[in-house]
Design a protein around this ligand. Structure first.
Ligand SMILES: Nc1ncnc2c1ncn2[C@@H]1O[C@H](COP(=O)(O)OP(=O)(O)OP(=O)(O)O)[C@@H](O)[C@H]1O
Ligand SMILES: [Mg+2]
Length: 475
């Protein structure tokens, strides 16, 4: 059994479930959305690089052919030697190169002279004569292999693969200029084309795409997270509800255990009281009938008799409560039982000026019940109703058939019950009456429940009380 202090301690622990879940799942979701967006945008970057690499190779091929055909051949024929420092040769080269790259997105073309290690020609005239930077790409091109790479003016965000908008991106390609030896006819690397393509704009649209993916994945994860949070909240509420129910059940069990122990004790004591009580009563009767008994003696023995009767009734009620009789059901008629009750109560009703209204006609209200127990239960209810009426009043008895059961209502115009007392009317020993035992309704409920029925009490202080009873009917 859970002690109250323990169950109070358990509460804050439960609530932490949501907090732990919220923090843990948020971390997991963010960790997963990073690589997700990085992988997707990395793929887009690779595709961009590849398409520019292809176009660079195409331009390179074009340059190769046109420079050889329109520059190398005519110049060697005309001047015997290629000397790009000459203005005329340079102009011709410029025309050839610009012609070759026309229509392609190329921002800068450098032609490196391998022998001299300088930029022999450039579309940016200021670069001509500069020393060649021996990059990996350049070295590869010298060996006859084309090479492309992307260069950035800035590093990406925290090195996580997420780029910053505004950084400049360029694709630098090195393509060997293949010439044919005039005497041997062999192909050899005569120079290196260096092409620079500015892809910042395209790149930025990828970066925006990357941000979009990142944002979207966080949004989706956030939504999933919210949905999960809702589920966990709901689960927690259910767990809490279950716990409350369990605690209530435990409390009921506890109460039942206590009542059982109390009942046993009461039963024992009541039994012991009943025997001497019988003797006292019969002795008092004997005394009053004895020859020579004075009037006073007769009156006193009558008082003894009356009081022992009352005591006997109380003890019987105690016994009823402590050792409720198991019903022995037999076919009977609910209307008949109520009529029997009313017949018994007729003198009392007349004396107190209480009127009875009912809807019991000749119709048979058949049910399987222990007639004697049901009679006692209804008698208790009717007595309560009569006792609640101060002066004249009415008791309305109504029975209606509801599918496979009867609803019996006993409504009085009595004093009614306050809301605090209403919660306790079924508690054993709860009474507001001077001579009451407070066992009446507890016994009634036991009898009704033993008949697979239900009972409820509705009341308004000062206006009256309505007792509802549902009992299974036989059709
Ligand atoms: N019809 C009613 N109108 C007003 N109060 C009622 C009515 N029925 C029950 N009560 C209240 O509920 C209490 C408990 O009723 P219950 O029948 O269990 O015990 P009791 O009538 O006090 O004593 P006992 O029935 O043993 O003589 C009553 O004391 C009374 O306050
Ligand atoms: Mg009563």
């Amino acid at each position: 059994m859970i002690a109250p202090s323990q169950s109070v301690k358990q509460k804050p622990k439960q609530f932490r479930l949501v907090k732990y879940f919220a923090v843990a799942s948020f971390i997991v979701l963010v960790i997963f959305s990073f690589p997700f967006s990085v992988v997707i945008s990395q793929k887009a970057k690779e595709a961009l690089l590849e398409s520019y690499e292809n176009s660079a190779l195409l331009v390179g091929e074009n340059l190769n052919q046109q420079v050889f055909r329109d520059f190398v051949l005519p110049v060697t024929r005309q001047y015997g030697v290629i000397r790009l420092r000459d203005k005329e040769q340079q102009d011709l080269m410029d025309r050839v190169v610009r012609n070759a790259i026309h229509g392609f997105k190329v921002d800068l073309v450098n032609i490196h002279s391998i022998n001299q290690g300088v930029i022999a020609y450039s579309t940016d005239l200021s670069l001509i004569g500069h020393k060649t930077r021996q990059t990996i790409g350049y070295k590869k091109a010298v060996m006859g292999e084309s090479f492309s790479s992307i260069t950035s003016s800035r590093y990406d965000l925290l090195g996580l693969g997420i780029e910053i908008l505004g950084s400049q991106k360029k694709i630098r390609s090195y393509i060997p200029f293949m010439a044919i030896h005039p005497f041997t006819g062999e192909r050899y690397v005569a120079g290196i084309f260096e092409l620079i393509q500015d892809v910042s704009q395209e790149y930025h649209s990828i970066v925006r795409f990357q941000y979009l993916i990142f944002g979207l994945s966080i949004l989706i994860m956030g939504l999933i997270f919210l949905a999960l949070l809702l589920i966990v909240h709901k689960a927690e509420r259910i767990i809490e509800q279950r716990m409350k129910e369990q605690q209530e059940l435990e409390a009921q069990l506890h109460q039942a255990e206590r009542l059982a122990a109390l009942g046993e004790m009461v039963a024992g004591v009541s039994h012991e009281i009943k025997n001497p009580l019988g003797i006292i009563r019969s002795t008092a009767e004997l005394l009053s009938t004895m020859p020579g008994a004075t009037d006073t003696q007769k009156k006193l023995s009558e008082v003894i008799n009356e009081e022992s009767n009352r005591l006997n009734r109380i003890v019987t009620e105690f016994l009823d409560f402590a050792r409720p009789q198991v019903p022995r059901p037999a076919p009977c008629d609910l209307g008949e039982i109520i009529k029997k009750n009313l017949l018994f109560l007729e003198p009392e009703l007349k004396k107190r000026d209480v009127k009875i209204q009912h809807n019991l006609d000749e119709k048979v209200l058949g049910l399987m019940a222990d007639e004697e127990l049901l009679y006692r239960a209804l008698l208790n209810l009717l007595i309560n109703a009569i006792q609640s009426i101060d002066g004249s009043g009415t008791i309305d008895i109504r029975v209606e058939q509801q599918k496979d059961r009867y609803l019996l209502q006993i409504q009085d115009t009595g004093s009614g019950i306050s809301p605090e007392n209403l919660k306790r009317v079924f508690d054993p020993f709860f009474t507001t009456k001077e001579k009451g035992t407070g066992l009446g309704l507890a016994i009634v409920r036991k009898i009704i429940e033993n008949h697979n029925g239900n009972i409820s009490v509705e009341s308004r202080e000062g206006q009256g009380t309505n007792v509802k009873i549902w009992l299974p009917s036989t059709m």
